[in-house]
Design a protein around this ligand. Structure first.
Ligand code: ATP
Length: 247
């Protein structure tokens, strides 16, 4: 068994999902507080669906969690001794100007997966995501749905312990949305902690274990999904669910 396969099994089947803790976290730009201060811990099974109106701070929260931005104040910590392996999928797929399979092989290479394992892992993932026929197609000429499946395949080969998805289906048709949701479900079943933003209430109901609701740069509510959809407790979430304009 290789060094790569050990954490793959350990993370997905044996270990609980890593917990994410925000403690008094704020993010400011040019003296304007865009997010926070907020404190919460993601420790349930999830998936966690991050909801709220445009400009609420959902993408900022994901980027801070993933380490793409640093908080201006406060601490973001993970349970365990080392930062968990993680991946992020964006609304607009970010792919290299090379073939579909080469995108996966590149991701494996930069994550130090032994060379001899890369081709098989890449082809297995392409097959899992229904992309075998597009294997040698330049990634950037694939359809939007195919590109999004390729970004999920790229995350899949890395066996992340945490997967962030920022509105991954907002530009997709129903069939492509179904494929992405099936993949999210499978990541979750495999033990990956899912943190995902969406504006689609139906999608949130289909996927969520818990809801983190934001408005105006603040976390207004963090509830189990069933309770949230039955009766949100915060005034802001009640207004949002009633279809009122919420800032
Ligand atoms: N890098 C940045 N520099 C300055 N302002 C930013 C930056 N990133 C986001 N903002 C601002 O922070 C606020 C929150 O943005 P964010 O993208 O997190 O909102 P969101 O909830 O994801 O919105 P949407 O649902 O429209 O995608 C917005 O007012 C946005 O203009």
């Amino acid at each position: 068994m290789t060094a790569f396969q050990v954490p793959r099994l350990a993370s997905s089947i044996l270990s609980p999902s890593p917990e994410l803790c925000f403690k008094d976290v704020s993010f400011s730009h040019e003296d304007k507080v865009l997010l926070g201060p907020c404190s919460f811990t993601l420790k349930g099974a999830g998936p966690t669906l991050v909801m709220g109106p445009n400009g609420a701070g959902k993408s900022l929260l994901l980027r801070l969690s993933h380490g793409l931005l640093l908080p201006t104040q406060g601490q973001i910590t993970w349970s365990g001794e080392i930062r968990p392996r993680q991946a992020m999928v964006f609304q607009q797929p970010v792919l290299l100007r090379r073939s579909a399979v080469a995108n996966l092989i590149h991701a494996l290479a930069v994550n130090n997966v032994p060379r001899r394992e890369r081709v098989k892992l890449a082809h297995d993932a392409l097959e899992r995501f229904g992309l075998t026929a597009c294997c040698n197609t330049p990634a950037r000429v694939l359809s939007g749905g195919e590109q999004q499946r390729l970004t999920l395949a790229r995350a899949w080969v890395l066996s992340p312990q945490v997967l962030f998805l920022d509105e991954p289906t907002s530009a997709l048709d129903p069939a492509a949305i179904k494929a992405v949701e099936a993949a999210v479900h499978e990541f979750h079943q495999r033990g990956t902690r899912i943190v995902m933003t969406t504006h689609d209430l139906h999608q949130a109901k289909r996927l969520a274990g818990d809801i983190l609701f934001l408005s105006g740069g603040k976390v207004r509510e963090h509830s189990p999904a069933e309770a949230f959809f039955e009766k949100p407790v915060s005034r802001e979430a009640q207004a949002y669910m009633a279809g009122e304009l919420v800032e």
